[in-house]
Design a protein around this ligand. Structure first.
Ligand SMILES: [Zn+2]
Length: 83
C-alpha cells in the first residue's frame, strides 16, 4: 500500500513538494491566551503534495496537533506543552 496521495481527476500519483508545512486551521481552533496575553492556536505540520498535471495541492501526514504560537516578526514557531 502506498501512502502517496492520488489525484482522481488526473488519474496519477501526486508529488511531495515540501516537508514540514505548518498549518493552524484545525478544529477546534479557538486561540488560548497565556499568562502574558499572547494567543496560542492549535497547529501541526505535514507534507505538501502537488499534482503535476492540474496543480492541486494538499497537506497530509500531520504530526500530533499542539498549541503553537508563530512570532509575527521572526516567523519562529513556538510549541507549548500540554498540561
Ligand atoms: Zn490532478
Amino acid at each position: 500500500m502506498s501512502a502517496v496521495p492520488y489525484c482522481v481527476k488526473c488519474a496519477r500519483g501526486m508529488r511531495c513538494k515540501e516537508n514540514s508545512v505548518f498549518v493552524t486551521d484545525a478544529p477546534p481552533n479557538k486561540p488560548v491566551k497565556d499568562e502574558d496575553g499572547r494567543d496560542w492556536e492549535w497547529g501541526s505540520s505535514g507534507d505538501l503534495y502537488e499534482c503535476e498535471e492540474c496543480g492541486i495541492q494538499i497537506v497530509t501526514g500531520f504530526s500530533k496537533f499542539a498549541l503553537v504560537r508563530v512570532d509575527s516578526i521572526s516567523g519562529i514557531i513556538f510549541r507549548r506543552k500540554l498540561m
